[in-house]
Design a protein around this ligand. Structure first.
Ligand SMILES: Nc1ncnc2c1ncn2[C@@H]1O[C@H](COP(=O)(O)OP(=O)(O)OP(=O)(O)O)[C@@H](O)[C@H]1O
Ligand SMILES: [Mg+2]
Length: 327
């Protein structure tokens, strides 16, 4: 549905986005995650035809966003970072206006206005001036205009920014529910949002893609370290030494849990080794009491920090780099 190939964007000499490629399949929900200034909004503007790429191609449902802009844009609904809302217009008038600029017939607009107001739950505010709406409800107006013309692709740039926690929950549910019918691309720097809404995540940093996977798989594939926690009763130092001696263990941290009367060991391991049974037998062989043994994934926060602060990421990115060096 969306194909981006070798796209770069320069603002003057400054490379905001360099050589990114990815595609999004029909009905997929893709999260675009990165710190401030990473190039998220720039990428979304290129996706939606608001900015031409300096080089590379963007195709939406087979149509080139530059050479076949009208056809490509017909498929797209876009919630920009700052929604250009006309604050002195009533919600329905604004939507009517947006429909007309998109060439929708007045009957079609009228029908769709009722539908989208229902979808985004704006019923009580349909005749309110947009300027009087709270931030969260303005964002809903923004989403309403994005889905008005029934696009099959929705591009939402930081859709929940500035919204209070209660409205955020509702807005996320709303976005997720749009996922069934639409191909969705959502940019955000809020990590839990990605795991809540998205099926796949691309992490972008300094204009380059540094990681791409499902939220769950990122945890296991990216860092090259798995972690296991053990609760054991017995002499901490000796037990830590025994655990460290197991092949594949790279690090052991431990702290005594006062009210449990045991020590918790956080063990870092080389990835893809099934070491649980070896760890268990190391403890049992030492004659200590094993109370718990559990794999713990990395949180998205940890992955995010890792891929945006480290240069060398083993696994996925290693492969990409090798390819680039060969070709
Ligand atoms: N119109 C512009 N002219 C010059 N530089 C720009 C322009 N727009 C963005 N940039 C720069 O390009 C880089 C990427 O900006 P972009 O807005 O795409 O980041 P972002 O990932 O959306 O960040 P944020 O999370 O803050 O919204 C930044 O360094 C920014 O300063
Ligand atoms: Mg942005």
């Amino acid at each position: 549905m969306i194909e981006i190939e070798h796209v770069s964007k320069y603002y003057g000499d400054f490379p905001a986005v360099t050589d990114i490629s990815f595609s999004v399949g029909k009905g997929e929900i893709l999260g675009f995650l990165g710190p401030n200034g990473a190039g998220k909004s720039t990428t979304m503007k290129m996706l939606t035809g608001f900015l031409p790429p300096s080089s590379g191609t963007v195709r939406i449902a087979g149509s080139d966003i530059v050479s076949d802009s009208l056809e490509a844009r017909r498929h797209i609904g876009y919630l920009p970072e700052t929604v250009p809302l006309y604050t002195d217009m009533e919600v329905t008038d604004y939507l009517k206006f947006m429909g007309r600029i998109r060439g929708m017939s007045s009957n079609y607009v009228a029908r769709r206005i009722n539908e989208v107001i229902d979808i985004v739950n704006l019923g009580v505010y349909r005749n309110t001036h947009i300027g009087k709406l709270s931030k969260g409800f303005r964002q809903r107006v923004g989403i309403a205009q994005a889905i008005l013309h029934e696009p099959d692709v929705l591009v939402l740039d930081e859709p929940t920014i500035g919204i209070d926690p209660i409205q955020v929950v509702e807005t996320r549910q709303l976005i997720k529910s749009l996922g069934g019918e639409h191909t969705l691309v959502i940019s955000t720097h809020i990590l839990p949002e990605v795991s809540m809404i998205c099926e796949r995540v691309i992490i972008i940093n300094e204009g380059q893609i540094v990681a791409e996977d499902t939220p769950e798989m990122l945890a296991t594939r990216l860092r090259g370290v798995d972690r296991i926690e053990l609760d054991v009763k017995g002499p901490s130092k000796e037990i830590a030494d025994a655990i460290s001696a197991v092949e594949g263990v790279t690090d052991v941290d431990h702290h005594y849990v006062q009210n449990g009367g045991h020590t918790t060991y956080a063990v870092s391991l080389l990835p893809d080794l099934e070491l649980r049974s070896r760890l268990a037998s190391a403890v049992v062989t030492g004659g200590w009491e094993l109370l718990r043994l559990q794999s713990v994934g990395m949180t998205l926060e940890e992955i995010f920090l890792q891929v945006t602060t480290e240069e060398q990421i083993p696994g996925v990115i290693g492969a990409v780099e090798e390819e680039a060096q060969q070709g």
